[in-house]
Design a protein around this ligand. Structure first.
Ligand code: COA
Length: 182
């Protein structure tokens, strides 16, 4: 089992609908709202219902669509999650490429949780027979770049110039990154 910096073990596994029940989705939504500066989805309180519906649908559809959501659980609470789906909505010409996203609750940053989630995404992708993984990252997102490029060996494959608007209104480039699975 993976452990946090202080040695506390946590679990990484696929999410089930029941993991979002009993106020737990609300708590996830709250911490996502604290780390969404570089995300394309916003987690403001007003987005709660829409986002809850969309996440629950994604969790329900797992298996049918090769869309999989995994999470890091500490004492039954989700402290980080990652989702994997087929790129280009599963078009047969991209059938062996998967795209992912990942987020970790701020209090648990820089303790290896993101790394463990993405290792699990790679394991799942290999099991599904995928050939390649892709993602995008805002160039200013240094912790994310350190994890993907330096630690996990993703390569920059493209740059979308001034594609992303930061909280302060400034434009930032977004990088397309990819990794071929051996
Ligand atoms: C990006 C994110 C998922 C990383 O998760 P994490 O659990 O904090 O990352 P890890 O602890 O697994 O870090 C792995 C590596 O990245 C490096 N890293 C982590 N935080 C860092 C920071 N603030 N600055 C520089 N490097 C950092 C670490 O050095 C670590 O390498 P090491 O083990 O060799 O020291 C997390 O910061 C996050 O949720 N951010 C907000 C949401 C987001 O931006 N998601 C990504 C969108 S593309």
């Amino acid at each position: 089992m993976p452990v946090l910096r202080d040695g506390t073990p946590y679990e990484i596994r696929q999410v089930q609908v029941s993991d979002y029940e009993g106020g737990r989705y609300e708590r996830i939504h709250e911490w996502l709202g604290e780390v969404d500066e570089f995300l394309f989805i916003e987690f403001d309180p007003g987005d709660l219902e829409r986002n809850r519906k969309s996440w629950i649908e994604q969790v329900r559809d797992q298996g049918d669509t090769s869309h999989i959501i995994i999470a890091a659980f500490l004492n039954g609470e989700i402290i980080g999650q990652a989702n994997l789906g087929l790129s280009r909505e599963g078009h047969h010409r991209a059938r062996n490429t998967g795209g992912w996203g990942v987020s970790v609750k701020k209090a648990y940053h820089n303790q290896g949780v993101g790394y463990q989630l993405l290792l699990e995404i790679e394991r799942v992708a290999r099991r599904l027979g995928l050939h390649k993984l892709e993602a995008s990252v805002v160039e200013r997102n240094e912790p994310a770049k350190a994890l993907y490029l330096r630690k996990l060996g993703y390569q920059v494959e493209g740059r979308l110039r001034e594609h992303f608007i930061l909280d302060g209104g400034e434009y930032a480039d977004e990088l397309n990154i990819g990794k071929i699975l051996d």
